[in-house]
Design a protein around this ligand. Structure first.
Ligand code: E4P
Length: 218
């Protein structure tokens, strides 16, 4: 399973990219609004940092023709730009058009496997089921990953499943075990995935022992 970073914060993207663990980026209008910066300038900076890896940028129009116009402007910013489209009838129409134009899409706000199947059949490059938001309403978000994963596998569907709305590192492991192709995660979860108290304790012990032995090897 690949890891994408879920943020519009350029400095977080830079830090995650330097770690070498990130294969793509997802943004959404709320994440962009949180940064308080110009969307297009932000995307240009992201492209300059990461090059042509997938960067999901979301349209905000609600009708297919306007979605397509917005998506074309975003796609012109770089080869890696993936147009994020909401899971609606208009979003499906726009996905079909983007597919015919050779523009990659990420159909977002997916909460059922029927939505995922429709998005895939419209040609979506990626589908984004939102795990955490289902957990928030007392449904088991991971069941959705399992269902979509099984349906796509049985029917050889090529759309890739992005496990989205990930809230903690256990979600990442479960998504990987259940066959999601990608998990998109906030920077703070990448940090938490790196850490273990025994790693810190081990480094401290190695350092103390080395210093006590008065080694001059380096
Ligand atoms: C990613 O594509 C989604 O926009 C994001 O993961 C949503 O996460 P949230 O439910 O924490 O806002």
């Amino acid at each position: 399973m690949k890891l994408f970073i879920d943020t519009a914060n350029v400095s977080e993207i830079q830090q995650a990219f330097e770690l070498g663990v990130i294969s793509g980026i997802t943004t959404n209008p709320s994440l962009v609004a949180k940064e308080g910066r110009d969307f297009f300038e932000t995307l240009k900076e992201i492209v300059a940092i990461v090059g042509n890896i997938p960067i999901s940028a979301e349209v905000v129009a609600l009708e297919a023709p306007e979605m397509v116009e917005q998506g074309k402007k975003l796609a012109a910013l770089g080869e890696g730009i993936v147009i994020k489209v909401p899971m609606t009838a208009e979003g499906l129409k726009a996905t079909k058009i983007f597919t015919s134009l050779g523009i990659k899409t990420n159909v977002t706000l997916i909460f059922t496997s029927t939505q995922a199947l429709l998005a895939a059949r419209a040609g979506a490059t990626y589908v984004s089921p939102f795990i955490g938001r289902l957990d928030d309403i007392n449904q088991v978000g991971m069941n959705l990953i399992q269902e979509i994963s099984q349906i796509f596998q049985v029917h050889s569907i090529e759309s890739q499943i992005i496990s989205a709305s990930v809230r903690h590192s256990a979600h990442v492991i479960e998504a990987a075990l259940l066959g999601a192709h990608i998990a998109t995660i906030p920077y703070k979860i990448i940090e938490s995935m790196m850490k273990h108290p025994l790693t810190d304790a081990g480094i401290q012990k190695f350092t103390d022992d080395w210093n006590q032995a008065n080694q001059k090897g380096f």
